[in-house]
Design a protein around this ligand. Structure first.
Ligand code: F3S
Length: 427
């Protein structure tokens, strides 16, 4: 790998042991990927806090949080003092919501250890956004900006909707990037891999958030980790629609980049998205594909009695919380059911100020932050069947927790929470 003089100096220890470990990790990682160089990044999203009992025990045995960061973030068996980050760095979601320890089944010791870890991360200069949607709360990369982000739904959003450039990174590579402002220059940092190879033509109008989730799920299932371009979109989708679309496509497949002809920034035309080449394959998406996808996502849904409704995957926008508050105002969550809504902390505070939290809590629901049921593996006690408005969560939750899942619109989910029953259906 070709290194600049500054990169060689970091590797050789000019900026301290932690930076040298980070640079060594990036060089090994980049060489394994076949990258010829590193690219400069000033925008990193990753995970640096210690959230598991195992990490707590590790910290106690090895001498504190620097030991955890050295081992789990820098792949260094030797404990190195951890400096402040150099890149603007945002923290992704956690394995739990520390503000709702009881619901999440957390012990006081776990929360206490997490708080120390969070304070330590904040001292490093990491922005404690604690969300899978940092682009909602202050980290909005520019078109062409080289980033180093984890979290599949965030990666596909910033590549495709914002035109930023990142691969789906991991805990180690993002931590190394935080300390060095470098990441291997390959994949979606380069022009060629960003071009579409597969083309989908819509034969029906795709409008609601549910529609966009279905389309994304169908698309990911088809293209897997290739780059698709979608044509025939007649109404410009907003943030919640694109958030659900990308999250679904990255769940049923491994889509990290897509184009929508005439809408996303690198696809002013279909030809531009394809780079002037013919697509490898073209498929049409019509009523039959939509219905088949709906049935596929709902394959685990059997019982109509619902014990849990989860909204907020990816983390809800303020617009979605507003919608949920309007849908539930004046109603009550059924005594045999729970409603949990997940959103970034910063948006929760806006929901508090706007009165939406009170409306939802008066109805018996809870707004949570920092995590979600798939990440925390936490659902209300006795949950057998869940209702969801997220194709991504409907994909993962049955596999992770063995529950049944119904996928539908937000209105159907709120009705399910209030009735304790799933009355939704294909529409
Ligand atoms: Fe976010 Fe959890 Fe979904 S981290 S994208 S809400 S699976």
């Amino acid at each position: 790998m070709r290194l600049t003089d500054a990169e060689k100096a970091m590797r050789d220890g000019a900026d301290g042991a932690a930076v040298a470990r980070a640079m060594d990790l990036l060089i090994r990682y980049g060489e394994a990927l076949g990258a010829e160089s590193l690219v400069e990044t000033r925008n990193v999203c990753g995970t640096v806090t210690a959230t598991t009992p195992f990490m707590r025990d590790f910290a106690m045995a090895k001498g504190g949080l620097d030991a955890v960061f050295s081992e789990f973030n820098l792949d260094s068996a030797e404990v190195v003092p951890v400096p402040k980050v150099r890149a603007f760095s945002s923290h992704l979601q956690l394995g739990f919501d520390p503000h709702h320890p009881l619901e999440m089944g957390l012990s006081e010791q776990v929360v206490e250890f997490y708080r120390k870890s969070e304070a330590s991360a904040a001292r490093m200069g990491v922005q404690m956004m604690n969300t899978c949607t940092p682009y909602q709360v202050g980290n909005v990369p520019s078109r062409g900006e080289h980033c180093a982000w984890m979290e599949s739904s965030a990666v596909v959003y910033i590549n495709s909707v914002l035109g930023a450039r990142t691969n789906a990174e991991g805990r180690e590579s993002t931590s190394a990037a935080m300390l060095t402002c470098r990441i291997p220059n390959w994949g979606y940092h380069l022009d060629g891999p960003r071009l579409a190879t597969h083309a989908a033509q819509l034969d029906i109008e795709v409008e609601s958030v549910e529609d966009w989730g279905l389309l994304g799920y169908w698309l990911g299932d088809w293209v897997q980790d290739r780059v698709p371009v979608v044509s025939g979109v007649t109404r410009v989708p907003n943030l919640p629609r694109l958030k659900h679309f990308g999250a679904a496509a990255s769940s049923s497949g491994g889509v990290e980049m897509y184009h929508i002809a005439g809408i996303t920034p690198e696809a002013l035309t279909l030809e531009q998205a394809l780079g002037g080449r013919a697509p490898v394959e073209v498929l049409r998406y019509g009523e039959a594909e939509r219905r088949a996808t709906y049935e596929k996502i709902n394959v685990t849904g059997k019982d109509s009695e619902i014990q849990y409704v989860m909204l907020g995957c990816p983390h809800y926008t303020i617009e979605q919380i507003w919608e949920a508050a309007q849908l539930i105002e004046g109603r009550k969550v059924h005594p045999s059911c729970e409603l949990w809504i997940f959103t970034p902390r910063a948006i929760k505070s806006l929901a508090d100020r706007n009165g939406y939290t009170k409306i939802i809590e008066d109805a018996g629901g809870i707004i949570m932050s920092d995590s979600c049921s798939a990440m925390s593996r936490a659902v209300p006690k006795g949950t057998k069947t869940v209702a969801l408005d997220s194709a991504k969560q409907a994909h993962y939750l049955p596999a992770i927790l063995g529950v049944q899942a119904w996928f539908g619109s937000t209105a159907e989910c709120v009705d399910a929470a209030c009735n304790g029953r799933w009355n939704g259906g294909y529409a």
